[in-house]
Ligand binder design. Structure first.
Ligand SMILES: [Zn+2]
Length: 85
């Protein structure tokens, strides 16, 4: 099945494989890093660290749900009009 640009209807589209920035970003914000960061913020705010563990875990779980469609959905870029879809 040929992929066609929805903007200019050109068939010269290619998959965007350059996810280097996303991978670095994901590594920086790994679940363990998020929990650690949350505990650090709680200590700074003189809030019990357990609050940070709970909040950090919730954020990490929410982020993992967000990350799944990103991995499944490969973006395409049109080489004629540079439209991404
Ligand atoms: Zn196009």
């Amino acid at each position: 099945m040929q992929t066609i640009c929805p903007q200019c209807h050109s068939s010269t589209v290619y998959e965007v494989f350059d996810h280097t920035h996303d991978l670095v970003f994901e590594e920086l914000l790994s679940p363990a890093a998020i929990v650690g960061l949350s505990v650090g913020i709680c200590k700074a705010l003189k809030v019990p660290p357990v609050v940070g563990v709970v909040a950090g875990t919730a954020i990490a779980v929410a982020r993992q749900h967000d990350a799944v469609p990103l991995l499944v959905n490969k973006p395409y870029r049109c080489s004629d009009c540079l439209h991404e879809f």
